[in-house]
Design a protein around this ligand. Structure first.
Ligand code: ZN
Length: 167
């Protein structure tokens, strides 16, 4: 079932999600199918549960052909380098913002069958993982703009310190 995508200003986008205890439940399985359908119908690279009004800790990401279902995802490592790139969001239709993200990340999650899985993301995939995981914590791309606008390219340590405070 195609779901409505919540737009910026909807309080549900600020909600922190709750860990899923039973990935095999009908509620979770139905949500997965609906989120994949909704992401594809909107030509999105990823979609987080909060964007369709749910508080279950789940996102779907399709950087290329393969579609990843990530239940309770957690970033386990990040590259030292960050990359600034124009980034969009289905909750901000037609808008793009320059956002700084880690170039590579590793993520741990449960797949759609509840199986513990790992993925290594580069470029667009890495960006999508960070973007969707932000959503699961109620963080939106507009929250990331300020940091990008204070580019202290030489003072990378300053940027890192700021980051740590946010997490
Ligand atoms: Zn988004």
């Amino acid at each position: 079932m195609k779901l409505n995508i919540r737009k910026n200003g909807d309080p549900v986008l600020r909600q922190k999600t709750i860990k899923i205890k039973d990935p095999s439940s009908k509620e979770v399985q139905d949500l997965i199918l609906s989120m994949i359908e909704t992401m594809k119908a909107n030509n999105g690279v990823g979609l987080a549960s909060t964007q369709v009004g749910s508080d279950l800790r789940l996102c779907v990401i399709q950087p290329e052909d393969k579609c990843y279902v990530m239940i309770n995802p957690q970033i386990t490592s990040r590259s030292s380098k960050k990359v600034i790139c124009e980034e969009g969001c289905l909750s901000f239709p037609g808008e793009f913002f320059p956002i700084s993200r880690y170039g590579e990340v590793q993520v741990r999650y449960l797949d759609e069958n509840g199986k513990p899985s790992k993925a290594k993301g580069k470029d667009l995939f890495a960006r999508a993982i960070q973007h969707e995981l932000d959503h699961l914590d109620g963080v939106l791309i507009i929250d990331r703009i300020k940091k990008t606008r204070k580019p202290t390219i030489k003072k990378t340590s300053t940027i890192k310190t700021t980051d740590k405070k946010i997490k």
